[in-house]
Ligand binder design. Structure first.
Ligand code: ADP
Length: 416
């Protein structure tokens, strides 16, 4: 499945750097890492691609160089990547360096075919294109980033790391919707799940925090960023996750509704006269915390709650209620839970969310220690008291490091 047919995977011993690219519809985020010590050499972001006010922010992390920023039109992903390449060259970290081993690309949808990181060939790209109908917002941007990077360095191994890959171990009972099988199969309708790179990294890191192998522990991972998803990981393998055919299903998110009766969409079409695109926009961009209270940033919502704002309070309560339902459901799916791990922007930073999500679940062995929960740290840590039956952990995610590691493992299997 991952057999390369075009690019060579052999890299020389001094090629230890990996450039990680995360190409969105109007942005490219990047990090250059050195896999000898997993250090970052440079990080940056190009945003508002295609607009007059595009912006590139580049932060070199070696040699004492300063953060650089430039604004002005950047027409497309090709122009964006060339601008990034120029910035890296300026710091002596150019894409032509013999120390660059590979480029690792985040690809959102790998369908059922891509269960592992995969060296990119024309055939692989064609398959990623075939998946555009199930990931219309994401895969086209990922493809644009890959095509541009391949044009810049056609000789360099480039690897796709799929958001869906970690979830391909889900049993059919979890992955299938209860709809007509022929219709589902004809249109590749099933639950794929997303944020897989984060769920993989955080579940492994949580096992390490407990001093165990991933195969020894059952973990519920709560990835709570602007997008949010939960997963149930049994012995290192994902058995259930909350996002489905698209990232819309599951938890209440910053701007997405999460779970909803599908009949709401028929109702909006038939009674409110909305088009499919308008409903899509409503549920993906104008719902969730934003739709409920007009803010999607948990910091702002907490501030408003402290001032006695009722709408912000209700939005928070709905968010927590859904989260709690998923914790209970995944507890039942796993049977035995060793740890619950909070990660991403909200999960790592919002102590009130963590406290509220497990409040009242003492009978399930879930307790949060208020003092430990209040500690702010970038390190993985436990926030449950020693006596608790289930560990509650905060484990900062690092999708770029995970992509770099998976990419490097594929192109330099001997390591450094
Ligand atoms: P994504 O990668 O999905 O865009 P992140 O994982 O970066 O999102 O999370 C962004 C969200 O994290 C913000 O919208 C905000 O709600 C939340 N967040 C960030 N910092 C804090 C904080 N200090 N306290 C509470 N919430 C925070």
């Amino acid at each position: 499945m991952t057999t390369p047919t075009e690019s060579t995977t052999a890299v020389t011993a001094n090629a230890t750097r990996v450039l990680v690219l995360n190409s969105g519809s109007s942005s490219v985020k990047y990090q250059l890492l050195d896999m000898r010590d997993r250090s970052r050499l440079a990080v940056g972001l190009v945003e508002r691609i295609g607009e007059e006010t595009s912006r590139l922010v580049h932060t070199p992390l070696t040699g004492g160089a300063e953060k650089r920023e430039r604004t002005g039109p950047i027409a497309d992903h090709a122009a964006a990547l060339k601008a990034v390449a120029d910035e890296l060259t300026h710091d002596g970290l150019g894409l032509d360096s013999p120390e660059l081993a590979a480029i690792g690309h985040r690809v959102v949808h790998g369908g059922l075919r891509f269960t592992e990181p995969t060296v990119i060939t024309e055939e692989v790209l064609a398959e990623v294109e075939r998946l555009v109908p199930v990931a219309p917002l994401h895969n086209p941007a990922n493809i644009a980033g890959i095509r541009t990077a391949r044009a810049l360095r056609p000789d360099l191994p480039q690897v796709a790391v799929f958001d869906t890959a970690f979830h391909t171990t889900m049993p059919e009972s979890a992955a299938r919707y209860a709809i007509d099988v022929e219709t589902a199969d004809a249109h590749r309708i099933r639950r794929y799940g997303f944020h897989g790179t984060s769920h993989a990294y955080v579940s492994r890191r949580t096992a390490a925090l407990l001093g165990k192998e991933p195969s020894e522990v059952n973990v519920i991972v709560l990835h709570l960023g602007n997008g949010a998803s939960a997963s149930a990981v049994a012995g290192g393998r994902c058995v259930e996750t909350s996002m489905g055919l698209t990232p819309l299903e599951g938890l209440v998110m910053g701007t997405r509704s999460g779970d909803i009766d599908p009949a709401v969409t028929f109702h909006l079409k038939r009674v409110a006269g909305m088009s499919a695109d308008e409903i899509d926009e409503l549920l993906n961009k104008k719902s969730g915390l934003m739709g409920l209270c007009g803010d999607n940033d948990m910091r702002e919502i907490r501030r408003r709650i402290d001032e006695g704002d009722e709408r912000a309070r209700l939005a928070f309560d709905i968010y927590i209620h859904r989260l709690k339902k998923y914790i209970g459901a995944y507890y039942a799916v796993l049977g035995r839970v060793d740890a619950i791990a909070f990660t991403a922007g909200v999960g790592e930073n919002a102590a009130p969310v963590r406290e509220a999500a497990v409040a009242g679940l003492e009978e399930l062995g879930l307790v949060v220690d208020a003092d430990l929960n209040a500690v702010r740290s970038a390190e993985p840590r436990l926030i449950s008291p020693n006596y608790a039956r289930v560990a509650v952990a905060v484990v900062p995610t690092d999708e770029e490091l995970e992509i770099a590691q998976q990419t490097f493992a594929l192109v330099a299997p001997e390591g450094v």
